[in-house]
Design a protein around this ligand. Structure first.
Ligand code: COA
Length: 230
């Protein structure tokens, strides 16, 4: 893990599971961290928790600074046709047993806390919680914002990458998975690959059309929790 630096004037984050009383706090983190069309409301969060979902959060001074939500499922990410075809389904599956996978979504860090080690501490705890619950795979839907890029100034600004865009379009047209190197041209996919040593599995078109930067695409990836990560 890269060395963490501490935000001046703040305590180190406390990394733990979300409490049921914190649905409003998680919704506030979503509002601070995602463009409006990608935010989960408190009602949506309540529904997900009612489905048996869990969430690892980082907290500083009674404020959530990072979160990663997940649901334990008997599903396998390798049966491509059975995999949820859109984000709404992926993020609202009911918890099922026996646990095979931990399906993870909505990883985010409050903008003022980005670039520090918070996200790695949350990911480490998520790996540990998923493994302890008996999951063999951690599975997530990776954004790829350099497909269209984000031109507006702000923390989400990212350059549009025409080569990466061609890689994704070709993948969709041919069904042939690109090399890891080609996918790692995108900063978010590179982040996941480097830290989680994940395997990119399949391209999910129209997974979340509201994610305009990613062209609605998500790259579904898996981490083999039995392979000694971390
Ligand atoms: C993705 C995210 C969780 C990473 O946390 P973080 O604290 O920013 O992590 P870091 O600062 O260590 O950045 C990790 C890498 O992600 C890249 N990255 C993430 N989002 C980026 C963006 N919008 N533009 C450019 N780079 C981005 C960084 O360049 C960095 O790559 P590098 O190490 O090669 O420079 C955080 O940026 C975030 O909350 N983004 C908005 C929500 C989101 O996109 N979540 C991903 C869901 S799939």
């Amino acid at each position: 893990m890269r060395a963490g630096s501490r935000q001046p004037g703040h305590a180190d984050p406390l990394v733990r599971h979300l409490r049921l009383s914190e649905m409003g706090a998680l919704a506030a983190l979503e509002r601070a961290s995602w463009p409006r069309s990608l935010q989960a409301s408190e009602d949506k969060i309540r529904h997900r928790l009612g489905q048996g979902h869990d969430c690892i959060v980082a907290e500083v001074d009674n404020t959530l600074t990072c979160a990663a939500c997940y649901v334990l499922t008997s599903q396998s990410p390798f049966k491509g046709t059975a995999f949820p075809t859109d984000f709404a389904s992926f993020s609202s599956l009911p918890r099922t047993e026996p646990v095979m996978s931990s399906y993870v979504y909505s990883l985010c860090v409050r903008p003022e806390w980005r670039g520090h080690a918070t996200v790695f501490r949350v990911l480490d705890r998520l790996l540990e919680a998923s493994r302890d619950a008996g999951a063999r795979y951690l599975v997530a839907d990776g954004r790829c914002p350099s497909f269209n890029g984000v031109a507006e100034p702000g923390p989400d600004r990212v350059a549009r990458n025409p080569d990466f865009r061609s890689t994704i379009v070709r993948w969709q047209e041919t069904g042939i998975r690109p090399t890891d190197e080609a996918l790692m041209a995108d900063p978010v996919l590179r982040f996941y690959k480097r830290y989680l040593r994940c395997r990119f599995l399949h391209l999910a078109p129209d997974f979340i059309p509201e994610d305009v930067a990613s062209g609605g695409f998500r790259v579904i990836f898996a981490v083999d929790l039995g392979a000694g990560h971390g």
